[in-house]
Design a protein around this ligand. Structure first.
Ligand SMILES: [Zn+2]
Ligand SMILES: [Zn+2]
Length: 60
């Protein structure tokens, strides 16, 4: 069974027994940051429209 990442804005699935999909979510789970920036493809697709071009990975 898979569980969603405990970060409120994160849509990633996590392995059983884990709370977060990665270090980013673990650090930022208590903050109410609008977009999840864990770096996983799922969240990048959802939030890419809000990601500044300068810092995030480009679409190409
Ligand atoms: Zn995420
Ligand atoms: Zn996450």
């Amino acid at each position: 069974m898979q569980v969603k990442c405990a970060h409120p804005q994160c849509m990633c699935a996590v392995a059983e027994g884990k709370e977060y999909c990665g270090e980013w979510c673990e650090r930022h789970a208590r903050e109410e940051l609008p977009p999840c920036r864990c770096g996983h493809a799922v969240c990048e697709q959802i939030y890419k429209r809000d990601v500044p071009r300068s810092t995030a990975s480009p679409f190409a």
